[in-house]
Design a protein around this ligand. Structure first.
Ligand SMILES: NC(=O)c1ccc[n+]([C@@H]2O[C@H](COP(=O)([O-])OP(=O)(O)OC[C@H]3O[C@@H](n4cnc5c(N)ncnc54)[C@H](OP(=O)(O)O)[C@@H]3O)[C@@H](O)[C@H]2O)c1
Length: 255
C-alpha cells in the first residue's frame, strides 16, 4: 500500500511508524505548508502515487486535488464542514473513512456505554456522568470524543435531555448530563462514564497510553478502503469495526 500522510505531528508519525512496522513502504509525510510556497502540499501530493491518504493536520482538499481517491480523515474539529466535504468527495468519486477517534477500544467502549445506558437508564437511582482528562496543553474542551460519548448517552437515556456546560459547574438540572473536563499533566486521554446511586458507583473507563491505538485504527480504515470498491462519500469507522469483528455469533438451540 503506497501512502501519503498530511501532518507530520504526533498522529502522523505514529501512523508512519505503524506502517513501517508491518512492512509497508515508507509513507510520504507532508508537513505544514511553507508560507512562501503555499502550494507545496499539492505539488508533493501530485508527485506521490498514493493508494490512500491520511489527513492528520487540518482538513483540506490537497489529497483530492492530487487524485487520491481513498482518504482516512483523522483530523478533528471539521464537523461544521462535513456537508461540503461529503459533496466534494462525491463529486470526485472518492471514498473516505472519517472519525474523531480511530481507537478500536474507544469504539467498543461506545458500544459498552450504549448497553450500560440501556441497563441503568430505567433505574432512577443511578445518575450518569462523564469525566474526561487530557494533558494540560490540549486546546479543545471537552474533547471531541467526550462530546460524542455525551451525545450518545443523551440520545438513549430516558431522563437526560442535554449536556451540561462544563464551564458552568453544578447546575443540578436533572435533565442535564454532567460532563467534567480535567486539563492537567501529560495524560493522552482518559474517559470515564459512571452511574452513581446512593449506595454504589459503577464506572466504565478507557485510558489511552499513546497514539499507537489511533494509528492501528486508521490503518484498519485504510485497509477497509482498499479491500473493496467503496461508494463515494464519508463512511463511519463503525463499518470498519464491524468488518474486524466479523459476523455476530449465531445462537444455536440446544436440546
Ligand atoms: N481521529 C483520531 O483518532 C485522532 C487521534 C489523535 C489526534 N487526532 C487529530 O489529528 C490532528 C493531528 O493531531 P496530532 O496529535 O498529530 O497533532 P500535532 O502533533 O499538533 O500535529 C499537527 C500537524 O499538523 C500540522 N499543521 C498545523 N497547522 C497546519 C495547517 N494550517 N496546515 C497544514 N498543516 C498544519 C503541524 O505542523 P507543525 O509541526 O509545523 O505545527 C503538524 O505536523 C488533530 O486534529 C487531532 O485532534 C485525531
Amino acid at each position: 500500500m503506497e501512502t501519503i500522510i498530511f501532518g507530520g505531528g504526533r498522529l502522523g508519525t505514529a501512523i508512519a511508524a505503524a506502517l513501517r512496522e508491518r512492512g509497508e513502504s515508507a509513507p510520504t509525510i507532508v508537513g505544514r505548508p511553507d508560507r512562501a510556497h503555499p502550494d507545496d502540499r499539492m505539488r508533493i501530493a501530485k508527485r506521490t502515487p498514493a493508494d490512500v491518504a491520511f489527513e492528520c493536520s487540518r482538513g483540506d482538499a490537497a489529497a483530492l486535488d492530487a487524485g487520491v481517491r481513498r482518504l482516512v480523515i483523522a483530523t478533528t474539529a471539521w464537523s461544521s464542514d462535513r456537508p461540503a466535504v461529503e459533496r466534494l468527495l462525491r463529486d470526485r468519486g472518492a471514498a473516505a473513512v472519517g472519525s474523531a477517534n480511530f481507537s478500536l477500544g474507544m469504539h467498543l467502549f461506545g458500544r459498552l456505554v450504549d448497553r450500560a445506558v440501556e441497563l441503568f437508564g430505567p433505574l432512577a437511582d443511578f445518575d450518569p456522568y462523564l469525566v474526561e482528562w487530557h494533558r494540560a496543553a490540549k486546546p479543545d474542551r471537552p474533547s471531541g470524543t467526550a462530546r460524542e460519548l455525551a451525545l450518545r448517552i443523551v440520545a438513549a437515556h430516558p431522563r437526560k435531555r442535554r449536556i451540561a456546560d462544563p464551564a458552568r459547574p453544578g447546575s443540578a438540572d436533572p435533565a442535564e448530563l454532567e460532563l467534567a473536563v480535567v486539563r492537567a499533566g501529560a495524560s493522552p486521554g482518559v474517559h470515564t462514564v459512571g452511574f452513581d446511586a446512593p449506595g454504589e458507583t459503577v464506572e466504565l473507563r478507557i485510558t489511552a497510553r499513546d497514539r499507537s491505538a489511533y494509528a492501528a485504527g486508521a490503518i484498519a480504515a485504510a485497509d477497509w478502503l482498499c479491500e473493496a470498491r467503496r461508494p463515494p462519500g464519508i463512511h463511519d469507522f463503525d463499518r470498519v469495526v464491524d468488518g474486524l469483528l466479523g459476523p455476530a455469533p449465531r445462537l444455536v438451540a440446544v436440546g
